[in-house]
Design a protein around this ligand. Structure first.
Ligand code: SF4
Length: 316
């Protein structure tokens, strides 16, 4: 039984949310009063890895991306990375806020992930604090330099918020470009507390606005969007590579290949459909494929329509 839908989409990128807690409180992810509940009955890391292996046996998984909440505060992050690097054929990648990344990399005995996406929404300590309710942005900047020294492939993710960090777009582009790091500017997503209130419109900056800000200072060449990719890419005359992930204004559902697994053993076929499917008790291939087809049917046809789920719960 092939797990493929009428648009020819199938699952080849698995995003695993290891936990639903984080050490930062980014305003575009969690609301001020949103309590960060610990994952009380989350699966053990061994059980989570055996579900990952089960999915790998039934799907052609090329990438496993570890997310959260924040994966670097997951107490078993080291054994999970080492286990997957040893036992999985897929590329092992992480999406992190970078705050505790250096500690994790120092304890991996060179079993480094194949690639890391690091969130960096500002270069300013003051803005870092107002956005994330945490001090000491230098920890993130040092982790990026350390990952570069370890020769790990990294990309920067910047969520652009109107009247918060939109004036820093070109500074961040130069900062990343000078270190030869591709940077992606993310449109704000209608998720969690931005799904249920009207603050979204007043905070949203579109791909078009981002490109116009960059074109004011740089000559740019369009590179397009790779198949299954989320970012639409460009390059400046100086060779700085950047992209925009435009969930809202230039959606990319038509060739979406992402399957999400949370820390309780639920799969989600689409970020925009809060429809978890519990696969913890499934033993046979046939039943698993039936559930995977169901998850695939939850995918949007054309565009992300928002979700009450926050990134804290399901990761990017
Ligand atoms: S909204 Fe759903 S189908 Fe569209 S890109 Fe996101 S996860 Fe994929």
């Amino acid at each position: 039984m092939q797990v493929i839908d009428h648009l020819g989409r199938s699952f080849s990128s698995l995003r695993v949310s290891l936990l639903n807690t984080c050490n930062l409180s980014c305003s575009y992810c969690v609301s001020d009063n949103e309590q960060k509940k610990n994952s009380t009955n989350a699966l053990s890391w061994q059980n989570l890895c055996s579900i990952i292996e089960k999915l790998e046996k039934n799907l052609n998984i090329s990438t496993i991306r570890l997310t959260g909440g924040e994966p670097t505060i997951y107490k078993n992050i080291i054994p999970v990375i080492k286990y997957l690097k040893t036992n999985s054929k897929a590329q092992i990648k992480i999406t992190t806020n970078g705050y505790l990344l250096k500690n994790v990399l120092e304890n991996l005995d060179n079993n480094f992930p194949d690639a890391i996406n690091i969130s960096l929404d500002t270069l300013q300590e003051k803005t870092f604090y107002s956005l994330s309710k945490k001090k000491n942005i230098q920890k993130v900047l040092d982790a990026i330099e350390y990952a570069l020294d370890c020769q790990i492939k990294i990309k920067i993710n910047t969520v652009v918020i109107k009247n918060t960090n939109d004036t820093e777009i070109n500074d961040l582009l130069v900062w990343a470009g000078k270190r030869n790091i591709p940077i992606r500017f993310l449109e704000l997503m209608r998720m969690g507390h931005f799904f249920q209130n009207n603050k979204f419109e007043s905070s949203f900056i579109s791909q078009q606005e981002i490109i116009s800000k960059i074109s004011n200072q740089f000559n740019i060449k369009e590179l397009g969007r790779l198949k299954n990719a989320t970012s639409h890419d460009w390059e400046t005359q100086e060779g700085y590579k950047f992209g925009v992930i435009a969930n809202e204004s230039v959606p990319f559902c038509n060739d979406c290949n992402r399957l999400r697994l949370d820390s309780y053993g639920n799969i989600y076929g689409c970020l925009s459909s809060n429809l978890p499917i519990d696969i913890t008790k499934i033993a046979d291939h046939f039943t698993l494929k039936k559930h995977l087809l169901e998850a695939l049917s939850h995918k949007k046809e054309t565009k992300f329509e928002g979700s009450e789920l926050s990134m804290l719960k399901i990761g990017g």
